[in-house]
Design a protein. Structure first.
Length: 221
């Protein structure tokens, strides 16, 4: 009996540490699930639709939140960042319709990295970004932009109407005053990006881009 008690006490000695690590893991899992639930609600519930109508920039306030969550549930390949303290850069390519909505992301943290926000007019400058939002103002240049960034570790989010033909990795569109998004899995893989299965589950559809389209875009760029 005494030996049995000693065994129980010995086993219990390491339990707090294991229990603590277990609790931390469960808390992280719950936090991730909650974030995805809230993200999912932003896609389809009436509250999201009301937000699009409420203010002139309401649509872009929601889109800014989408960009944040897209980045949060994306993993970039090793070597993407200069060092451990380098920021995750979210960029707008073309005319910026976000206003202060995008600036509100600056300083937030994603997977331990601070978020930085930039705006560019030239696609060549956008290679330093981890997330690039292609504005509607760039509709005529979408094939060139997608072709230039194809295969680079850049999460392209396309907002131009022509994205229905020439998609980047994620295509946003507004349907019945609600924001929907489609994901091109092949383009994401070519860029070396790993998108969370939870994010993929929320996508409206999975687009496919042929190798011929990609090569044509690169040759035209």
């Amino acid at each position: 009996m005494r030996n049995a008690r000693l065994t129980e006490q010995s086993s219990a000695t390491g339990a707090p540490e294991r229990s603590l690590s277990g609790r931390i893991a469960r808390m992280a899992a719950v936090a991730g699930t909650c974030a995805m639930v809230l993200f999912g609600q932003a896609i389809g519930v009436a509250a999201g639709a009301e937000n699009l109508r409420s203010t002139p920039h309401g649509e872009y306030q929601v889109k800014a939140a989408f960009l944040y969550n897209f980045a949060k549930f994306t993993k970039w390949p090793s070597g993407t960042y200069a060092d451990a303290s380098a920021p995750l850069v979210v960029c707008v390519l073309g005319k910026d319709a976000f206003g202060k909505a995008l600036d509100s992301l600056a300083g937030k943290r994603i997977n331990g990295r601070p978020v930085a926000v930039s705006r560019f007019a030239r696609v060549e400058e956008a290679v330093q970004c981890q997330v690039v939002f292609i504005s509607e103002s760039e509709e005529d240049r979408v094939p060139e932009i997608v072709g230039y960034l194809a295969g680079r570790p850049v999460l392209t989010v396309c907002n131009a109407p022509s994205c229905t033909r020439f998609r980047g990795i994620i295509h946003l569109r507004v349907v019945s005053e609600r924001i929907r998004f489609a994901i091109d899995i092949d383009s994401a893989k070519a860029a070396g990006l790993k998108l969370s299965s939870k994010l993929l589950a929320l996508a409206e559809k999975f687009a496919r881009k042929t190798k011929t389209q990609v090569s044509q875009h690169r040759s035209n760029g």
